[in-house]
Write a protein that binds this ligand. Structure first.
Ligand SMILES: C=CC1=C(C)c2cc3[nH]c(cc4nc(cc5[nH]c(cc1n2)c(C)c5CCC(=O)O)C(CCC(=O)O)=C4C)c(C)c3C=C
Ligand SMILES: [Fe+2]
Ligand SMILES: [Fe+2]
Length: 340
């Protein structure tokens, strides 16, 4: 009998609408996740529920209103498009589903639909190329918490990271080739930031991230360090795109406080403009779909910072979205894991 396989693509999630109350609900669920704000519960409860959420709901709602278009939030509808494109590449016995870690469609509801299908195997595929406890870790933990309650638990396969997958790199190289890189004064590889505390936690040897050469090499110790894999993705991309070391910077965006990974992308944008750069190109290879962080933070806010400081043109390389090479990469990842 042909084995049935269910694939679950998971991304972060987005508010149901850009209004303050939906954004509050989203931030409340997201930031109360102990893998995201990894403080003791009382400190997290006070910080998130009395300080961050009440204030941030208003400012975030404003930027979500800038992101929203006739199809809604791109993180969600591009995920749906990706699911549909991947489904087209699959044989009859493999179904592709999409869930969001926070808000809708929830992992609970989609996994329940998958349970009823009685698959022989479930493949959980978070849409983050580089592992972080707050993203991939949280998604995989949630999947395990849901499935551990099932009476019948099928074979399960979980994807932790694919920052060096040749297909993932090829897809971003193709995106980069849409631009004439020689025309730009500088290139920024801007990854979502993380608290330094969280990157330090991947090490069992008692030494912080800073003492593991994470900017230059991948080792047995740092292979799950988000900073190390962001730098490694960048090395793979610059080598394929022939970008010399003097012409690019790796930076981290979207910090909540100052103890996040540095350098900060907005500061690098400002610094480049002040040094006289007129044209900047920005890649954002921690995101596989365009979202608030790319379209608004880079595409609007960084453009403004660059121009205010003397720059002329900042271009954002679009994310992978439904690029055929990206769909093909996911197809290969799934087919390699699917049981026969
Ligand atoms: C690589 C992916 C991501 C990592 C790592 C990550 C860590 C992380 N994020 C926050 C706080 C916020 N992130 C927000 C938005 C957001 N974050 C990611 C991805 C990663 N986050 C995405 C794809 C998005 C956009 C979602 C969308 O709807 O388009 C937000 C909300 C927006 C805002 O108010 O700025 C917050 C807050 C933390 C605390 C964290 C790790 C500790
Ligand atoms: Fe985030
Ligand atoms: Fe590290």
């Amino acid at each position: 009998m042909q084995k049935k396989v269910g694939v679950l693509l998971v991304n972060l999630g987005t508010p149901d609408n850009p209004g303050v109350s939906a954004v509050r609900k989203y931030l409340f669920q997201f930031l109360n996740d102990p893998r995201v704000i990894d403080l003791p519960w009382l400190a997290r409860a006070i910080l998130v529920n009395l300080i961050i959420v009440p204030f941030r709901s208003f400012s975030s709602s404003k930027i979500y209103k800038m992101l929203w278009d006739d199809r809604g939030s791109s993180l969600l509808y591009l995920g749906e498009d990706l699911r549909d494109e991947l489904q087209k590449k699959m044989p009859d016995h493999i179904d592709v589903h999409l869930a969001m870690r926070y808000q809708s469609p929830s992992m609970e509801s989609v996994l329940e639909k998958m349970r009823i299908k009685n698959y022989d195997q479930i493949i959980i595929l978070p849409l983050y190329p580089q592992y972080a406890s707050s993203t991939t870790g949280s998604t995989l933990e949630r999947a395990m918490k849901i499935m551990k309650k099932w009476y019948v638990i099928p074979e399960v396969s979980m994807v932790s990271q694919y920052w060096d997958h040749p297909g993932f790199i090829d897809a971003f190289v193709e995106r980069g080739k849409q631009f004439n890189i020689d025309d730009y004064d500088h290139v920024i590889f801007s990854y979502h930031g993380l608290p330094v505390r969280q990157v330090d936690k991947v090490y069992d040897d008692g030494l912080p991230c800073d003492e593991h050469d994470c900017e230059t090499k991948i080792t047995e110790l740092n292979k799950f360090c988000y900073k190390a894999t962001c730098f490694a993705t960048t090395r793979a991309l610059v080598s394929r795109l022939n970008i010399p070391e003097s012409k690019y910077t790796v930076a981290f965006q979207s910090r909540l406080d100052k103890n996040w990974l540095e350098p900060f992308s907005d500061k690098i944008v400002e610094e480049q403009a002040k040094k006289g750069a007129k044209k900047l190109l920005v890649f954002s290879p921690a995101f596989t779909a365009d979202c608030l962080e790319t379209t608004v933070e880079i595409g609007d806010e960084y453009v403004e910072i660059f121009e205010e400081n003397g720059g002329e043109k900042l271009d954002l390389v679009p994310s992978l979205n439904v690029h055929p090479k990206w769909v093909e990469t996911l197809e290969n990842i799934v087919k390699k894991r699917a049981i026969a």
